[in-house]
Design a protein around this ligand. Sequence first.
Ligand code: ZN
Length: 224
Amino acid sequence: MIDLLVLAPHPDDAELGMGGTLARASDMGYSTAVIDLSLGEMASKGSPAIRKKEAAKAAKILGLDYRKNLAWPDSKLIDSLDYRLELAQIIRELKPEVVIAPYKADRHPDHVSVANITPAALHLAGLANAPLEAKNHKVKNLFYYMGNAQFTANLIVDTSDYIDIWEASVAAYKSQFSGKAASETVTPDVFRRRKARAAYWGSFINTQYGEPLISAKPLNFFPI
Ligand SMILES: [Zn+2]
């Protein structure tokens, strides 16, 4: 039973978008998991083997209880019944309370596909008669995290105390985020830009840093 499951189209997406939240949740005693959907084999830098090691290192830094890579094809991901069922089966096995998927507006088509596959998979996971093993499981809340495009958040997680862990988890992907700034395929500047983004979102909740989320449905909180 997992409290918080983050889905990542590529190894490093979970860290970039939800690293602070994952670190904070783990610190608070919640069980956390990341499912990477592809090995990132189409990336211009690194290799699946290197990124596997980097992902394992990042998992330790974030205190994840569970991490798995489904090795779906990088940059060829499309919403299909097979992928929905495969993900639904994992949802039944992990029984997450909350699932966090990439937001649908994104320049990377894999992120768009995962944003579409996820709610369909959650639906199937909850259906008693779906052609799946294990007992059906209904997830309490589905949220989306920010990738390469903006949305208006309706939940911002205060990650001020976890910004260093966030940075260390992203830095674990040395193959992706180190090197000369002049290189077209390496992004060492990611820390400055992403920290600025976190400071922007934190400003709306009066904290130093924050990670934005948008829920798939209205939030049910009362008393408030
Ligand atoms: Zn990605």
